[in-house]
Structure formats: C-alpha cells, structure tokens
Design a binder for this molecule. Structure first.
Ligand SMILES: [Fe+2]
Length: 385
C-alpha cells in the first residue's frame, strides 16, 4: 500500500486574499437560484453504514471535572465577528481531481489544508457552552465509534456556537473553500464535539457523524496509525475545527483514499483552525494524535444552499447518536423546504417558457419529476420508524 503526503504542489494554489478564493465552481446564492438546474442523479450515491448501537447511549466514561471547571471559568459573551474571527484562507485546497475522484461529489473541492478561523477567545466561548451543565445534561453520547461525544445542542443551549456557524463571514469562508455556497445542514449537527482525553480514547478523534463502509483497516500499517475506521460522512461537506491546544501533539492527520487506492494525508487542524472536506464522497479516516492531554474537535456539517443542487444527505451515521424526534423533525423540515423551493423555481421556469411562446419541455419536466421522486424516496429510507 502506497502512502503519500499531499503537499501544496499537488493542490490548487490558494492565496490568502479573500477575493482570490477559487471561483470556477463557486456559485453565488443570487445567481444559483436563478440559473442552476438540478444536478443529474444518474449515479447512485456512495452507500454507508452507521454505528451498531440501536439508539442514543450515554457515555460511561465521565469527563474530568478539571476540564469542565476550566471551560466554565470564562465569562459568556455574545458572538462578535470582529473579536472572534481570525480568518486566513488556507494555503492550498486539494481538488477531487488531485485525489483521482474528478467528477464525483457536488464540488471540485476535496479538502483544504488547516486554515485560521476562530480566535482563542472564540474557542474559550465555545468550550464554555459545550461544557455548560445544561449541555452536559442533555447532549452527551457514546457509541461503538466514539466514547465521548457532545452534540445536538441548538441555538438555545449554545447561542455562541450557533451564531458563529451561521455568521455571513464564516459561511462565506467555508463556501469559498468548498467551491459552492453552503449552509449548516441542520441545527442538530451545527456542532458535533469529539472528546479524547490522554490518548486513551484515540478512536474518538474523528468520530463525528461518521459512517463506515465496514473496511476496518487494510493492513498492519494502517492499523498502527488509524484512529478510526475508513468511512464517508453523512452530510455533503464538513468543517472540522480544533478546540484544543495541539502543542506537542504528533499525528492527527486525515487520511484520504484516492481514486487509485493510494492514501494521502492532510494535516490536522491546530487550535482555532479548521479543515473543510467533502466527506460524503471521499473515503477517509482520522489518524491517531499522540502527546496531547486532551483533544476536542468540533465537526460542523453543511449542505448546499442552492435548493436545486444534488443533496445526498443521509442519517445513517447520526441516527444512533441523536434524539430521533428532534433529528427527524429538523431533517423533514429542511427536506420539505428544499422541495418547496424546487417546485416554486420549476413552476416559474415553466411559466417563463409559456410566456416566451415556448411550450412545455416534456423531457426536462420528466427529468425534474424523476429527481423529486428520488428525493422523496430517499426520505422514506431515512425516516425509519
Ligand atoms: Fe469523517
């Protein structure tokens, strides 16, 4: 098995100036809704498998009180982009072509190098929310994938985190890196926290809303370094942010499997920095990080803002680590909103053709109907009773 490290020479140049984000695949919201057409779904989306546990399970391993006390020391303040953002574009972005997966997924972007996103004060505010008593009381989960996760806090329990990920500055940054306009997938997954203490639960490192494909290591070399099974994510894009001081830590990279079966590594984020990845379409795994006292990362999941874009979000990886009524409600609401907007836009397209003297494009209409049928059938597969 060949293992190589992706370097900037493989990647798309990415100057740290906001207007130099790649634009070839980026689509502004305004133009997207006016001009885009539904992306063909001619190929079946990659199938994935979730945790083996049947339903929400609370952790048996308690978090250290010192970690909780330290997090709560900080006076809570509202999110302020001036104070809490320190955005510097990544030096490079690896494209799907770079990793041999050209044409797959919904964007040309595969993954970014770590880039500066949040200030230390922002990290402290996020940690204060994550380790607040109401969040710990209701949002802790464990699975066969990860021992300590905190997730499912909404804007009421974690207003700072919610405001940060919904801020125009952050959304613009993540979208430019992704090459398409993105929005947080659903409130439930605006921040999924993975916690690893003293390297004991190294498998926690990258557990987020992961779904495995069942290929648990493919050789001794990989078993030695892997912190988590090979998998694809449940949502189209994720942004992984580090909330721990990684000074002295080694490892922690993300390994990507290329179209030719090679393994490439992308450097893991340091405190306040983040990595964007099209995880739904790239088989990947987190590698062990050693030498740190704690490793706390936040995974934020995204979907396309443009309702007409292909959206192959599934709930496979998150169903067992969520309160189902809430997860299903949010999933259903977003899917219905997307469908509503698609019908509205398609209706307008039909009317415009009529007004301009053209009749109905039967083939195009059939294609649209077929795609909505598949969109609804996908919902039936996810809303498991
Ligand atoms: Fe992942």
């Amino acid at each position: 098995m060949t293992t190589s490290v992706l370097t900037a020479t493989h990647a798309t140049a990415f100057a740290p100036i906001s207007n130099q984000f790649p634009t070839s695949t980026a689509t502004s919201t305004a133009t997207a809704t006016a001009t885009s057409s539904a992306t063909p779904t001619s190929t079946a989306p990659p199938s994935i498998v979730g945790p083996k546990i049947k339903g929400p399970t609370r952790p048996t391993k308690q978090l250290p009180q010192s970690l909780i006390d330290e997090a709560r020391r900080h006076e809570r303040v509202p999110f302020d982009p001036e104070k809490h953002l320190d955005i510097v574009a990544p030096k490079s972005i690896f494209t799907m072509k770079d990793i041999g997966l050209e044409g797959q997924g919904i964007s040309a972007t595969a993954a970014s190098e770590p880039f500066s996103l949040f200030t230390p004060e922002a990290v402290n505010q996020m940690r204060a929310e994550i380790f607040s008593q109401p969040v710990l009381d209701s949002c802790q989960y464990a699975s066969d994938f990860a021992k300590n996760m905190i997730r499912g806090f909404g804007p009421r329990l974690a207003p700072f985190i919610f405001d940060a990920w919904n801020s125009p500055e952050v959304l613009q940054t993540v979208s430019k890196i992704a090459g398409i306009d993105l929005v947080p997938a659903i409130d439930f997954d605006v921040g999924h926290i993975n916690i690893s203490i003293d390297d004991v639960t190294a498998e926690v490192v990258s557990a987020h809303q992961h779904t495995t494909n069942g290929k648990q290591g493919r050789g001794d070399e990989e078993d030695d370094i892997s912190a988590f099974a090979w998998h694809r994510d449940s949502y189209p894009f994720v942004c992984v942010t580090m909330l721990s001081d990684c000074t002295g830590m080694v490892g922690g990279e993300t390994a990507l499997r290329t179209g030719t079966g090679e393994i490439m590594k992308v450097r893991g984020p340091a405190m306040g920095t983040a990595v964007v990845m099209q995880g739904r379409y790239i088989e990947h795994q987190a590698l062990k990080a050693l030498g740190g006292r704690e490793r706390i990362s936040m995974v934020t999941s995204f979907r396309p803002r443009d309702p007409m874009m292909r959206d192959e979000t599934v709930l496979t990886g998150v169903r067992a680590i969520s309160t189902l009524p809430e997860l299903y409600l949010q999933y259903t609401q977003y899917r219905l909103e997307v469908l509503e907007e698609r019908l509205r836009l398609q209706g307008r397209r039909v009317r415009q053709r009529e007004m301009s003297g053209r009749g109905l494009d039967v083939a195009e209409t059939r294609k649209f109907v077929q795609e909505q049928k598949e969109f609804l059938e996908a919902m039936l597969l996810e809303l498991v009773e």
